[in-house]
Design a protein around this ligand. Structure first.
Ligand code: ZN
Length: 425
Protein backbone atom coordinates (compact mmCIF):
# COMPACT_ATOMS: atom_id res chain seq x y z
CA UNK A 1 0.00 0.00 0.00
CA UNK A 2 2.99 2.30 0.41
CA UNK A 3 4.02 2.33 -3.23
CA UNK A 4 1.94 5.11 -4.59
CA UNK A 5 2.44 5.71 -8.27
CA UNK A 6 1.58 9.26 -9.11
CA UNK A 7 0.35 10.45 -12.46
CA UNK A 8 2.35 13.07 -14.33
CA UNK A 9 0.38 16.20 -15.06
CA UNK A 10 0.12 15.23 -18.72
CA UNK A 11 -1.36 11.81 -18.03
CA UNK A 12 -3.56 13.41 -15.39
CA UNK A 13 -5.26 15.63 -17.96
CA UNK A 14 -5.30 12.85 -20.52
CA UNK A 15 -7.07 10.61 -18.03
CA UNK A 16 -9.52 13.35 -17.17
CA UNK A 17 -10.20 14.03 -20.85
CA UNK A 18 -10.70 10.38 -21.73
CA UNK A 19 -12.89 9.77 -18.76
CA UNK A 20 -15.07 12.83 -19.00
CA UNK A 21 -15.46 12.64 -22.77
CA UNK A 22 -16.03 8.97 -23.28
CA UNK A 23 -16.93 7.69 -19.84
CA UNK A 24 -20.54 7.26 -20.77
CA UNK A 25 -20.00 5.16 -23.91
CA UNK A 26 -16.64 3.40 -23.76
CA UNK A 27 -15.93 0.53 -21.49
CA UNK A 28 -13.47 1.41 -18.76
CA UNK A 29 -11.63 -1.08 -16.61
CA UNK A 30 -10.44 0.16 -13.25
CA UNK A 31 -7.74 -1.89 -11.56
CA UNK A 32 -7.10 -0.78 -7.99
CA UNK A 33 -5.01 -2.41 -5.28
CA UNK A 34 -8.22 -3.68 -3.72
CA UNK A 35 -11.99 -3.29 -4.00
CA UNK A 36 -14.39 -2.76 -1.14
CA UNK A 37 -17.68 -3.82 -2.72
CA UNK A 38 -19.90 -2.37 0.01
CA UNK A 39 -19.58 -5.52 2.11
CA UNK A 40 -16.08 -7.02 1.93
CA UNK A 41 -12.55 -6.34 0.70
CA UNK A 42 -11.34 -8.13 -2.44
CA UNK A 43 -7.86 -8.20 -3.90
CA UNK A 44 -7.01 -8.66 -7.59
CA UNK A 45 -10.38 -7.38 -8.65
CA UNK A 46 -11.22 -5.18 -11.58
CA UNK A 47 -14.30 -3.04 -12.08
CA UNK A 48 -15.77 -2.48 -15.54
CA UNK A 49 -17.98 0.53 -16.10
CA UNK A 50 -20.00 1.62 -19.09
CA UNK A 51 -23.09 3.72 -19.79
CA UNK A 52 -23.14 5.05 -16.25
CA UNK A 53 -23.37 1.61 -14.71
CA UNK A 54 -21.07 -0.99 -13.27
CA UNK A 55 -20.96 -3.53 -16.07
CA UNK A 56 -19.11 -6.11 -14.05
CA UNK A 57 -16.83 -6.48 -11.04
CA UNK A 58 -14.78 -9.42 -9.84
CA UNK A 59 -11.44 -11.19 -10.20
CA UNK A 60 -9.78 -9.68 -13.28
CA UNK A 61 -9.36 -13.12 -14.90
CA UNK A 62 -13.13 -13.65 -14.70
CA UNK A 63 -14.14 -10.41 -16.44
CA UNK A 64 -15.14 -10.20 -20.07
CA UNK A 65 -13.16 -7.20 -21.21
CA UNK A 66 -13.63 -5.75 -24.68
CA UNK A 67 -10.58 -5.00 -26.85
CA UNK A 68 -11.35 -1.32 -26.80
CA UNK A 69 -11.66 -1.03 -23.02
CA UNK A 70 -9.53 1.66 -21.45
CA UNK A 71 -7.54 0.27 -18.55
CA UNK A 72 -6.67 2.44 -15.58
CA UNK A 73 -4.38 1.25 -12.84
CA UNK A 74 -5.07 2.74 -9.41
CA UNK A 75 -1.92 1.75 -7.54
CA UNK A 76 -2.02 1.72 -3.77
CA UNK A 77 -5.72 2.54 -3.78
CA UNK A 78 -8.97 1.12 -2.48
CA UNK A 79 -11.88 1.42 -4.89
CA UNK A 80 -15.31 1.49 -3.27
CA UNK A 81 -18.89 2.71 -3.73
CA UNK A 82 -19.42 6.45 -3.48
CA UNK A 83 -20.28 7.35 0.09
CA UNK A 84 -23.83 8.13 1.18
CA UNK A 85 -24.19 10.93 3.73
CA UNK A 86 -27.22 10.28 5.92
CA UNK A 87 -27.74 13.71 7.49
CA UNK A 88 -26.68 17.01 5.97
CA UNK A 89 -27.83 20.63 5.79
CA UNK A 90 -26.53 22.10 2.56
CA UNK A 91 -28.12 25.43 3.51
CA UNK A 92 -26.16 25.77 6.74
CA UNK A 93 -22.52 26.51 7.38
CA UNK A 94 -20.60 26.11 10.66
CA UNK A 95 -22.01 28.07 13.58
CA UNK A 96 -18.56 29.31 14.60
CA UNK A 97 -18.55 31.25 11.31
CA UNK A 98 -22.09 32.63 11.67
CA UNK A 99 -24.59 31.71 14.38
CA UNK A 100 -27.61 29.67 13.35
CA UNK A 101 -29.90 32.61 14.22
CA UNK A 102 -27.93 34.99 11.99
CA UNK A 103 -27.92 32.51 9.11
CA UNK A 104 -31.71 32.23 9.31
CA UNK A 105 -32.41 35.92 9.90
CA UNK A 106 -29.67 37.87 8.10
CA UNK A 107 -28.43 35.88 5.12
CA UNK A 108 -30.29 36.46 1.86
CA UNK A 109 -31.72 33.52 -0.04
CA UNK A 110 -29.22 34.38 -2.78
CA UNK A 111 -26.30 34.06 -0.37
CA UNK A 112 -27.66 30.85 1.08
CA UNK A 113 -28.16 29.28 -2.35
CA UNK A 114 -24.68 30.27 -3.51
CA UNK A 115 -23.20 28.84 -0.34
CA UNK A 116 -25.21 25.63 -0.84
CA UNK A 117 -23.87 25.31 -4.39
CA UNK A 118 -20.34 25.44 -2.98
CA UNK A 119 -21.25 23.00 -0.23
CA UNK A 120 -22.54 20.31 -2.57
CA UNK A 121 -19.45 20.58 -4.76
CA UNK A 122 -17.24 20.17 -1.71
CA UNK A 123 -19.24 17.14 -0.62
CA UNK A 124 -18.88 15.47 -4.00
CA UNK A 125 -15.12 16.06 -4.02
CA UNK A 126 -14.99 14.45 -0.59
CA UNK A 127 -16.41 11.26 -2.10
CA UNK A 128 -20.06 11.77 -1.14
CA UNK A 129 -22.12 10.82 -4.20
CA UNK A 130 -25.53 10.74 -2.46
CA UNK A 131 -26.72 12.87 0.41
CA UNK A 132 -29.89 12.99 2.48
CA UNK A 133 -30.49 16.64 3.36
CA UNK A 134 -32.69 17.08 6.42
CA UNK A 135 -34.22 20.52 6.40
CA UNK A 136 -33.48 23.84 4.76
CA UNK A 137 -33.38 25.67 8.13
CA UNK A 138 -35.33 28.75 7.18
CA UNK A 139 -34.51 28.63 3.49
CA UNK A 140 -37.90 27.32 2.31
CA UNK A 141 -37.54 25.06 -0.69
CA UNK A 142 -34.06 26.16 -1.77
CA UNK A 143 -32.90 22.56 -1.18
CA UNK A 144 -35.30 21.42 -3.90
CA UNK A 145 -33.85 24.06 -6.25
CA UNK A 146 -30.28 22.97 -5.50
CA UNK A 147 -31.23 19.35 -6.11
CA UNK A 148 -32.74 20.29 -9.47
CA UNK A 149 -29.67 22.37 -10.37
CA UNK A 150 -27.50 19.29 -9.81
CA UNK A 151 -29.84 17.10 -11.88
CA UNK A 152 -29.74 19.64 -14.73
CA UNK A 153 -25.94 19.72 -14.62
CA UNK A 154 -25.78 23.41 -13.70
CA UNK A 155 -23.64 22.60 -10.67
CA UNK A 156 -21.78 19.48 -9.58
CA UNK A 157 -22.98 17.74 -6.46
CA UNK A 158 -24.19 14.46 -4.99
CA UNK A 159 -27.65 13.09 -5.73
CA UNK A 160 -29.86 14.67 -3.09
CA UNK A 161 -32.81 13.41 -1.10
CA UNK A 162 -34.35 16.55 0.35
CA UNK A 163 -36.79 17.32 3.15
CA UNK A 164 -37.76 20.89 2.27
CA UNK A 165 -38.60 23.23 5.18
CA UNK A 166 -39.43 20.51 7.82
CA UNK A 167 -42.30 20.65 10.31
CA UNK A 168 -42.24 21.85 13.93
CA UNK A 169 -44.88 22.26 16.63
CA UNK A 170 -45.97 25.85 17.15
CA UNK A 171 -43.88 27.69 19.70
CA UNK A 172 -41.10 25.13 19.84
CA UNK A 173 -38.56 26.19 17.24
CA UNK A 174 -36.27 29.19 16.80
CA UNK A 175 -35.05 31.79 16.28
CA UNK A 176 -36.38 32.76 19.69
CA UNK A 177 -36.03 35.63 22.13
CA UNK A 178 -37.90 38.36 20.25
CA UNK A 179 -40.63 40.56 21.71
CA UNK A 180 -44.06 39.07 21.11
CA UNK A 181 -45.02 41.79 18.61
CA UNK A 182 -41.98 41.00 16.46
CA UNK A 183 -42.55 38.30 13.87
CA UNK A 184 -39.41 36.54 12.64
CA UNK A 185 -39.09 33.81 10.03
CA UNK A 186 -38.50 30.42 11.64
CA UNK A 187 -36.05 27.65 10.82
CA UNK A 188 -38.94 25.31 9.94
CA UNK A 189 -42.69 25.55 9.29
CA UNK A 190 -45.13 25.35 12.19
CA UNK A 191 -48.23 23.16 12.10
CA UNK A 192 -50.34 21.36 14.72
CA UNK A 193 -53.52 19.34 15.02
CA UNK A 194 -55.31 17.32 12.39
CA UNK A 195 -56.19 19.82 9.66
CA UNK A 196 -53.04 21.92 9.83
CA UNK A 197 -50.71 18.96 9.88
CA UNK A 198 -52.42 17.28 6.94
CA UNK A 199 -52.20 20.55 5.03
CA UNK A 200 -48.55 21.18 5.83
CA UNK A 201 -47.38 17.65 5.04
CA UNK A 202 -49.16 17.88 1.68
CA UNK A 203 -47.74 21.34 1.01
CA UNK A 204 -44.21 20.14 1.61
CA UNK A 205 -44.76 17.13 -0.62
CA UNK A 206 -46.14 19.43 -3.30
CA UNK A 207 -43.17 21.73 -2.82
CA UNK A 208 -40.76 18.95 -3.72
CA UNK A 209 -39.88 17.23 -0.44
CA UNK A 210 -38.72 13.66 -1.00
CA UNK A 211 -39.22 12.91 2.67
CA UNK A 212 -40.94 14.67 5.56
CA UNK A 213 -38.80 15.84 8.46
CA UNK A 214 -40.50 16.42 11.78
CA UNK A 215 -39.17 17.59 15.14
CA UNK A 216 -40.53 15.15 17.72
CA UNK A 217 -38.89 17.18 20.45
CA UNK A 218 -36.98 20.39 20.84
CA UNK A 219 -35.35 22.60 23.44
CA UNK A 220 -38.50 24.30 24.71
CA UNK A 221 -38.68 23.01 28.28
CA UNK A 222 -38.97 25.41 31.22
CA UNK A 223 -35.18 25.42 31.62
CA UNK A 224 -34.52 25.39 27.88
CA UNK A 225 -34.10 21.61 27.94
CA UNK A 226 -35.36 19.31 25.20
CA UNK A 227 -38.96 18.13 25.67
CA UNK A 228 -41.40 16.30 23.39
CA UNK A 229 -43.42 18.47 21.00
CA UNK A 230 -46.01 16.58 18.96
CA UNK A 231 -48.36 14.06 20.51
CA UNK A 232 -48.17 10.45 19.40
CA UNK A 233 -51.44 10.97 17.50
CA UNK A 234 -50.03 13.96 15.62
CA UNK A 235 -46.90 12.03 14.67
CA UNK A 236 -48.97 9.05 13.51
CA UNK A 237 -51.03 11.37 11.36
CA UNK A 238 -47.92 12.90 9.76
CA UNK A 239 -46.59 9.41 8.97
CA UNK A 240 -49.95 8.31 7.53
CA UNK A 241 -50.39 11.34 5.29
CA UNK A 242 -46.79 11.10 4.03
CA UNK A 243 -47.12 7.34 3.48
CA UNK A 244 -50.12 7.72 1.21
CA UNK A 245 -47.91 9.74 -1.12
CA UNK A 246 -45.17 7.08 -0.93
CA UNK A 247 -42.92 9.14 1.34
CA UNK A 248 -41.25 8.37 4.61
CA UNK A 249 -40.93 10.49 7.71
CA UNK A 250 -37.71 11.22 9.57
CA UNK A 251 -37.79 12.52 13.13
CA UNK A 252 -35.44 14.73 15.03
CA UNK A 253 -35.59 13.30 18.56
CA UNK A 254 -33.13 13.68 21.40
CA UNK A 255 -35.35 12.82 24.37
CA UNK A 256 -36.41 9.35 25.46
CA UNK A 257 -40.11 10.22 25.14
CA UNK A 258 -39.66 11.97 21.77
CA UNK A 259 -37.85 8.89 20.47
CA UNK A 260 -40.56 6.60 21.85
CA UNK A 261 -43.39 8.52 20.19
CA UNK A 262 -41.53 8.82 16.88
CA UNK A 263 -40.76 5.10 16.88
CA UNK A 264 -44.35 4.08 17.69
CA UNK A 265 -45.65 6.51 15.05
CA UNK A 266 -43.63 4.71 12.36
CA UNK A 267 -40.89 7.09 11.28
CA UNK A 268 -38.06 5.37 9.40
CA UNK A 269 -35.11 7.03 11.09
CA UNK A 270 -34.50 8.94 14.29
CA UNK A 271 -31.89 11.68 14.20
CA UNK A 272 -29.54 12.31 17.16
CA UNK A 273 -31.18 9.94 19.69
CA UNK A 274 -29.09 11.14 22.62
CA UNK A 275 -31.72 10.08 25.16
CA UNK A 276 -31.89 6.50 23.93
CA UNK A 277 -32.23 3.94 26.71
CA UNK A 278 -31.93 0.18 26.34
CA UNK A 279 -35.71 -0.06 26.27
CA UNK A 280 -36.02 2.57 23.52
CA UNK A 281 -33.27 1.04 21.41
CA UNK A 282 -34.92 -2.36 21.74
CA UNK A 283 -38.23 -0.81 20.69
CA UNK A 284 -36.53 0.82 17.68
CA UNK A 285 -34.98 -2.49 16.70
CA UNK A 286 -38.33 -4.28 16.93
CA UNK A 287 -40.09 -1.55 14.92
CA UNK A 288 -37.22 -1.45 12.37
CA UNK A 289 -36.45 2.19 13.01
CA UNK A 290 -32.83 3.18 12.34
CA UNK A 291 -30.73 5.59 14.39
CA UNK A 292 -28.69 8.35 12.79
CA UNK A 293 -26.48 9.36 15.74
CA UNK A 294 -24.86 12.56 14.38
CA UNK A 295 -21.83 12.19 16.65
CA UNK A 296 -19.84 14.91 14.92
CA UNK A 297 -22.50 17.59 15.43
CA UNK A 298 -22.44 17.46 19.23
CA UNK A 299 -18.66 17.25 19.12
CA UNK A 300 -18.48 20.42 16.98
CA UNK A 301 -21.03 22.32 19.06
CA UNK A 302 -19.18 21.62 22.29
CA UNK A 303 -16.00 22.92 20.69
CA UNK A 304 -17.80 26.07 19.52
CA UNK A 305 -18.80 26.54 23.17
CA UNK A 306 -15.18 26.48 24.24
CA UNK A 307 -14.28 22.83 24.76
CA UNK A 308 -10.65 22.37 23.72
CA UNK A 309 -10.81 18.82 22.45
CA UNK A 310 -7.70 16.88 23.35
CA UNK A 311 -6.73 19.38 26.06
CA UNK A 312 -9.75 19.71 28.33
CA UNK A 313 -11.55 16.77 29.95
CA UNK A 314 -14.40 15.37 27.87
CA UNK A 315 -17.66 17.22 28.63
CA UNK A 316 -20.49 15.20 30.17
CA UNK A 317 -22.57 15.54 26.99
CA UNK A 318 -19.83 13.85 24.96
CA UNK A 319 -19.35 11.07 27.52
CA UNK A 320 -23.11 10.48 27.54
CA UNK A 321 -23.13 10.32 23.75
CA UNK A 322 -20.33 7.76 23.72
CA UNK A 323 -22.31 5.64 26.17
CA UNK A 324 -25.62 5.88 24.33
CA UNK A 325 -23.94 5.06 21.01
CA UNK A 326 -22.25 2.02 22.58
CA UNK A 327 -25.64 0.95 23.96
CA UNK A 328 -27.29 1.30 20.55
CA UNK A 329 -24.56 -0.89 19.04
CA UNK A 330 -24.94 -3.43 21.84
CA UNK A 331 -28.69 -3.67 21.31
CA UNK A 332 -28.18 -3.86 17.56
CA UNK A 333 -30.20 -0.89 16.31
CA UNK A 334 -29.56 -0.26 12.62
CA UNK A 335 -27.22 2.72 12.28
CA UNK A 336 -27.48 5.31 9.50
CA UNK A 337 -24.13 7.03 9.06
CA UNK A 338 -24.80 10.76 9.10
CA UNK A 339 -23.07 13.59 10.86
CA UNK A 340 -25.36 16.64 10.59
CA UNK A 341 -22.75 18.15 8.30
CA UNK A 342 -23.31 21.86 7.91
CA UNK A 343 -23.01 22.25 11.66
CA UNK A 344 -19.37 21.43 10.84
CA UNK A 345 -17.76 22.14 7.44
CA UNK A 346 -19.14 20.58 4.28
CA UNK A 347 -16.61 18.19 2.77
CA UNK A 348 -15.57 17.16 6.29
CA UNK A 349 -18.15 14.34 6.29
CA UNK A 350 -15.45 11.83 7.19
CA UNK A 351 -15.36 13.34 10.67
CA UNK A 352 -18.52 11.42 11.56
CA UNK A 353 -17.12 8.16 10.22
CA UNK A 354 -13.90 8.65 12.22
CA UNK A 355 -15.95 9.28 15.34
CA UNK A 356 -18.01 6.13 14.78
CA UNK A 357 -14.72 4.25 14.97
CA UNK A 358 -13.59 6.30 17.96
CA UNK A 359 -16.88 5.47 19.71
CA UNK A 360 -16.62 1.75 19.19
CA UNK A 361 -17.14 0.49 15.65
CA UNK A 362 -14.60 -1.28 13.46
CA UNK A 363 -13.50 0.67 10.37
CA UNK A 364 -14.89 -2.00 8.04
CA UNK A 365 -18.28 -1.81 9.78
CA UNK A 366 -18.33 1.96 9.28
CA UNK A 367 -17.43 1.46 5.61
CA UNK A 368 -20.42 -0.86 5.27
CA UNK A 369 -22.64 1.71 6.96
CA UNK A 370 -21.65 4.60 4.69
CA UNK A 371 -22.18 2.52 1.54
CA UNK A 372 -24.46 -0.54 1.38
CA UNK A 373 -25.90 0.05 4.85
CA UNK A 374 -27.11 3.57 4.17
CA UNK A 375 -28.35 2.51 0.73
CA UNK A 376 -30.53 -0.18 2.30
CA UNK A 377 -31.79 1.84 5.25
CA UNK A 378 -32.54 4.91 3.13
CA UNK A 379 -34.15 2.87 0.34
CA UNK A 380 -31.63 3.75 -2.37
CA UNK A 381 -31.79 0.84 -4.77
CA UNK A 382 -28.93 0.55 -7.25
CA UNK A 383 -26.51 2.32 -4.93
CA UNK A 384 -23.94 1.51 -2.27
CA UNK A 385 -22.40 -1.59 -3.83
CA UNK A 386 -19.82 -2.47 -6.44
CA UNK A 387 -21.51 -5.14 -8.50
CA UNK A 388 -22.93 -5.67 -11.93
CA UNK A 389 -25.90 -3.44 -12.74
CA UNK A 390 -25.37 -0.91 -9.98
CA UNK A 391 -25.03 2.81 -10.68
CA UNK A 392 -21.37 3.64 -11.30
CA UNK A 393 -21.00 5.91 -8.27
CA UNK A 394 -17.44 5.02 -7.36
CA UNK A 395 -14.59 6.51 -5.42
CA UNK A 396 -10.97 5.55 -5.06
CA UNK A 397 -8.79 6.48 -2.08
CA UNK A 398 -5.10 5.98 -1.32
CA UNK A 399 -4.57 3.45 1.45
CA UNK A 400 -6.97 1.06 3.13
CA UNK A 401 -9.94 2.64 4.94
CA UNK A 402 -11.10 -0.82 6.07
CA UNK A 403 -8.17 -0.64 8.49
CA UNK A 404 -7.61 3.11 8.86
CA UNK A 405 -10.87 4.99 8.46
CA UNK A 406 -9.12 8.34 7.94
CA UNK A 407 -7.80 7.03 4.63
CA UNK A 408 -11.24 8.07 3.34
CA UNK A 409 -9.74 11.56 3.32
CA UNK A 410 -7.17 10.54 0.68
CA UNK A 411 -9.56 10.84 -2.24
CA UNK A 412 -8.06 10.31 -5.67
CA UNK A 413 -11.05 9.71 -7.91
CA UNK A 414 -14.78 10.38 -7.73
CA UNK A 415 -17.04 8.92 -10.42
CA UNK A 416 -20.74 9.73 -10.47
CA UNK A 417 -23.02 7.78 -12.81
CA UNK A 418 -19.98 6.65 -14.79
CA UNK A 419 -18.58 10.13 -15.27
CA UNK A 420 -15.47 11.37 -13.52
CA UNK A 421 -16.35 14.42 -11.49
CA UNK A 422 -13.17 14.75 -9.46
CA UNK A 423 -9.60 13.60 -9.90
CA UNK A 424 -6.83 14.55 -7.55
CA UNK A 425 -3.26 13.40 -7.73
ZN1 ZN B 1 -29.73 18.22 11.34
Amino acid sequence: MKTIKRFTSISFFFFFYIFSSYGQEHEILLIPEQVFDGKEIHRDWGVLIQHGLIKDAGPISSLEISNTAQRRILSGQTLMPGMIEGHSHILLHPYNETSWNDQVLKESYAERAVRAANHVTKSLKAGITTMRDLGSEGAGYLDVGIKQSIEKGIIEGPDLIVAGPAIVATGSYGPKGFADHVRVPLGAYEADGTDNLILEVRRQIGGGADIIKVYADYRWGPEGEARPTFTLEELELIVRVAASSGRKVVAHAATTEGMRRATLAGVYTIEHGDGGTREIFELMKRQKVALCPTLAAGDAIMQYRGWRKGLDPEPQRITNKRESFALALEVGVAIVAGGDVGVFPHGENVREFEMMVDYGMLPIEVLRNVTSGNATLLGLSGKGEIKSGMTADIISVYGDPSLIISDLRNIHLVVKKGRIVHLRD
